[in-house]
Design a protein around this ligand. Structure first.
Ligand SMILES: Nc1ncnc2c1ncn2[C@@H]1O[C@H](COP(=O)(O)OP(=O)(O)OP(=O)(O)O)[C@@H](O)[C@H]1O
Length: 234
């Protein structure tokens, strides 16, 4: 496996103007996620976790600094190229599943593959394989409204992994679930990410879940810093 970071932020700053006030959320921050590494992002509400994830996922651009995906500097890319890079290399899981309500679980997982140009049969096989891996194969023909919260999130995880991304970004993936379901969904997420050799950055408020990652980071004064060493991934 190449040692080039899957994700690298170099001197990234991002702020927002709200009326008269200027909020400097990220300030010349540096940060990398290496191949196969699982990083948990734990920071207080409003610290800038979603802002950071949106920049890492090429959904937002920094005011200054550079974002590299697999060593590729994304600064000069136009929206079309950013979108294509995102589709090929990055998977997203959100707090609320964001599945398409009118499509069933299988179709939701096939969708990113069809957008990427795969033929239907290949997309279906890959989607079914992921749903089976996440133990929701029997619910493949159910629409999101017919699934429990934990099942919806497992479908969302399968969708995020559909194009075999090198980098997975998750923003509070279990934030909407009860503790037992959170634990289960987080476990399957980690198992799948580890099995696929994917690098992941997962924002969570749940320290017990974060402790299962390889390292925990936080945001302090607009910078990404190590939170604490993780002694074991128990
Ligand atoms: N588009 C925007 N315009 C103005 N302010 C914004 C914008 N996006 C985010 N902010 C502000 O930036 C700060 C960080 O927001 P962000 O959503 O990144 O925090 P967070 O750490 O993810 O919070 P939470 O844990 O509550 O989801 C907040 O004060 C928010 O109000």
């Amino acid at each position: 496996m190449s040692n080039v970071p899957r994700l690298q932020l170099h001197n990234v700053s991002r702020g927002f103007q709200t009326g008269e006030a200027r909020l400097d959320i990220l300030q010349t921050t540096n940060f990398a996620v290496h191949p196969g590494e699982l990083v948990a992002l734990v920071a207080p509400s409003g610290a800038g976790k979603s802002t950071l994830l949106h920049i890492c996922g090429l959904l937002d651009r920094p005011d200054s600094g550079t974002v590299l995906i697999n060593g590729q500097d994304t600064t000069g890319l136009d929206d079309k190229d950013l979108s294509s890079l995102r589709g090929q290399q990055i998977g997203f899981v959100y707090q609320f599943h964001h599945l398409l309500p009118e499509f069933d679980a299988l179709e939701n997982v096939m969708m990113p593959q069809l957008i990427a140009g795969l033929d239907k049969a290949t997309a279906r096989d890959r989607a079914m394989e992921l749903l089976d891996y996440l133990h929701i194969g029997p619910r493949a023909t159910h629409r999101p409204a017919e699934l429990s919260g934990g099942e919806q999130q497992r479908v969302a995880i399968a969708r995020a992994m559909a194009n075999a991304p090198g980098l997975l970004l998750a923003d509070e993936p279990t934030g909407n679930l009860d503790p037992g379901t959170s634990d289960h969904v987080f476990q399957v997420l980690l198992a799948l990410v580890r099995a696929a050799g994917v690098s992941a950055l997962i924002a969570t408020h749940n320290l017990a879940l974060a402790a299962k990652a390889d390292r925990i980071i936080t945001l302090q004064e607009g910078k990404v810093v190590a939170k604490e060493p993780v002694e074991s991934a128990a």
